[in-house]
Unconditional design. Structure first.
Length: 247
């Protein structure tokens, strides 16, 4: 039987990653306890776990809220991701199967067709599957575990919504070249392509976030209101919008 704290943790984490709880949204213990039909004790424990993961921050005398990443945070996280994903791609070059490569090629076809139809939900889903294959093929549980701590950020930031058509085209080219490097069993090539791929995504996201930060200096809201796309814990039953993960 699932423990109450695990159920509450899963609920809050999913709501953060899919956008129901927006960055900066207050996470009231009473509201969360009501929505998850649990007492405040498992809610507090779940919030502490999410604080350790970096998804939640607890402010003295103000309670918990969804962590709002700054451009400095994003730069650090993407630098870590670039190193880890490149390492995974390099390891995968000598371990990936032909079947996995064929699956990656099919996902490329799917992403490119979805991009033409402006279906960012499908692009994001196929992109996550594409990168998951590389992580699996790296055959390193430690590396996969470390990557799990940084790949959740693009989910929260809905990175593909910030991509211009030329950014999507460049990303698709990186995907095709990565497959070519992996088919050639070239560790150095695969590492370099993945490094360029994540670096390009970082540049797009940072430019967008820094522009947002400049705008926020002239009009900074006191607290995230309970509006569609900016949901507080009291409105956790609101229908979620699909997360759009970039890179």
């Amino acid at each position: 039987m699932e423990r109450a704290v695990d159920r509450v943790y899963s609920h809050i984490r999913a709501a953060i990653l899919d956008g129901r709880f927006a960055p900066g949204a207050r996470l009231g213990e009473a509201e969360l306890a009501e929505v998850t039909q649990a007492s405040r004790t498992p809610v507090r424990e779940a919030l502490r776990q999410l604080e350790v993961e970096g998804l939640v921050e607890v402010l003295p005398h103000r309670g918990a809220r969804v962590y709002q990443f700054t451009s400095d945070d994003l730069e650090e996280i993407y630098d870590l991701r670039m190193t880890l994903e490149a390492l995974a791609a390099g390891r995968a070059a000598s371990r990936i199967s032909d079947g996995q490569l064929d699956q990656m090629a099919e996902l490329c076809d799917r992403m490119e067709a979805a991009a033409l139809d402006d279906d960012l939900e499908l692009v994001a889903t196929a992109n996550m599957e594409f990168h998951a294959i590389v992580r699996t093929a790296s055959a390193s549980t430690r590396l996969t575990s470390m990557l799990s701590a940084v790949i959740q950020l693009p989910l929260m930031m809905r990175t593909f919504h910030r991509y211009a058509p030329e950014d999507l085209h460049r990303s698709a080219g990186h995907h095709r070249e990565l497959i070519a490097a992996l088919r050639a069993r070239d560790e150095v090539w695969a590492d370099a392509v993945m490094r360029s791929h994540v670096r390009a995504a970082k540049a797009v996201l940072l430019a967008s976030v820094r522009a947002d930060e400049e705008l926020a200096t002239t009009a900074q809201p006191a607290e995230t209101p309970a509006q569609p796309g900016h949901t507080t814990a009291h409105h956790a039953h609101t229908t979620a919008q699909p997360a759009q993960s970039g890179v």
